[in-house]
Design a protein around this ligand. Structure first.
Ligand code: EPU
Length: 337
């Protein structure tokens, strides 16, 4: 374990933005993490996972602790289900594939999401009709002040759409060190409710899909719409899908009968931000090296040397235009640093 100074984070954020950490250390065990925290009490810290959900708009004047704790194992096996525990630094997609190879069902719809296991509960990652909360059993997290490990149950995590207690009340208080999932070992609950998955499976002539088939379908859909961060810097959906009052939704729908939507409650409707952004004329637009993805307007991309500030400017321009056109305030999903 060694602290580096003035460390370039370009390889540590999927936007591929150059920004410098005043100090940087990578920890590979929970014991190392506890030591670093104990030795740096009272100092400004910045906890870094897979770097897949942040936009660096400036250098980080803090000690950046990169959570690189690896390991995964089946911790409990019962009739019909198993518990699988993964340490925070495991790559998410590799973990999903490990589960599928071991015939453990429940995470297949979340294939190919960038990032590490430890950050998945923070924003309750979700895709194609599944969220982490659907299979989450518990997680362990280290108290930054005391270095004690606390186990959080699903209820204690207070999951909601792209939200949890770790983004809310407990922000900057705990570091997640491992996550345990409860996965099926037979009679898998295949979830193909999301239209694109059904279409992909039909295309391939698959009538009774396995978890591997669903994973392959999700991978194909993601690859067709979402840029690979290794080829084109991005952070997945840049904005959250806004939830709007029904009256406003109906007003917009009267003008745009084809607007896609999902009913949330009697009085609220979720509208795809990607659609709003496309209608506002931004899809595929490029301003220098900062751009809006050609195939999915919810994704901002770095064509090479965009700065975080340029991407932030673009995101603000999008927010203003969407607000002027639709009266809807779209909120960033990524963390702006
Ligand atoms: N749409 C457009 N134009 C666009 C993009 C989308 O009209 O440029 C329309 C689509 O035609 C569709 C609707 O918007 O009718 C929804 O689009 P899509 O299925 O691509 O999903 P999304 O709502 O844009 C959300 C998640 C994604 C997740 C997909 C699939 C959020 C913020 N994003 O996107 O998550 O992969 O659903 O479940 O909820 C992420 O969070 O990083 C992420 C990629």
């Amino acid at each position: 374990m060694q602290i580096s100074t003035n460390f370039n984070l370009k390889e540590y954020n999927t936007f591929g933005i150059t920004a410098y950490a005043k100090e940087f250390i990578s920890v590979e065990t929970t014991e190392e993490l506890a030591t670093v925290l104990a030795e740096n009490k009272g100092r400004k810290l910045f906890i870094l996972g897979g770097g897949s959900n942040m936009l660096l708009t400036q250098d980080i004047d803090a000690l950046v602790i990169h959570i690189n704790i690896k390991g995964k194992q089946i911790t409990k096996q019962q009739t019909g289900y198993a518990h699988v525990k993964a340490m925070a630094g495991e790559n998410w997609h590799e973990f999903v594939l490990f589960c599928i190879e071991n015939n453990l069902g429940g995470l297949e719809n979340l294939s190919l999401i960038p990032g590490n296991v430890g950050t998945t509960p923070i924003q309750n990652i979700g895709a194609y009709g599944t969220e982490i909360k659907d299979t989450f059993e518990s997680c362990e997290a280290m108290d930054i002040e005391t270095q004690e490990i606390k186990t959080f149950t699903k209820e204690e995590c207070e999951f909601a759409y792209r939200e949890s207690i770790f983004k809310g009340r407990l922000k900057d208080k705990y570091i997640i060190t491992s996550v345990t999932f409860r996965l099926t070992t037979d009679e898998h609950r295949i979830n193909t409710a999301y239209g694109d998955i059904t279409d992909k499976l039909i295309d391939k002539g698959i009538i009774v899909p396995t978890i591997k088939d669903v994973s392959n379908a999700v991978i194909a859909i993601r690859q067709s719409k979402l840029p690979d961060p290794k080829e084109l810097g991005n952070s997945g959906s840049f904005f959250k899908n806004p939830i709007v009052p029904k009256a406003l939704f109906e007003k917009i729908q009267a003008e745009h009968p084809l607007m896609p939507y999902y009913a949330v409650s009697e009085s609220q409707v979720k509208v795809p931000a990607g659609w709003l952004i496309e209608q506002s004329g931004f899809k595929g637009k490029r301003f220098g090296d900062a751009g809006v993805h050609t195939k999915q307007a919810l994704v901002l991309v770095n064509y090479g040397n965009a700065t975080g500030k340029e991407l932030l400017e673009l995101s603000k321009k999008i927010q203003e235009t969407v607000f002027e056109k639709f009266g809807i305030q779209i909120e960033a999903e990524v963390n702006i640093i």
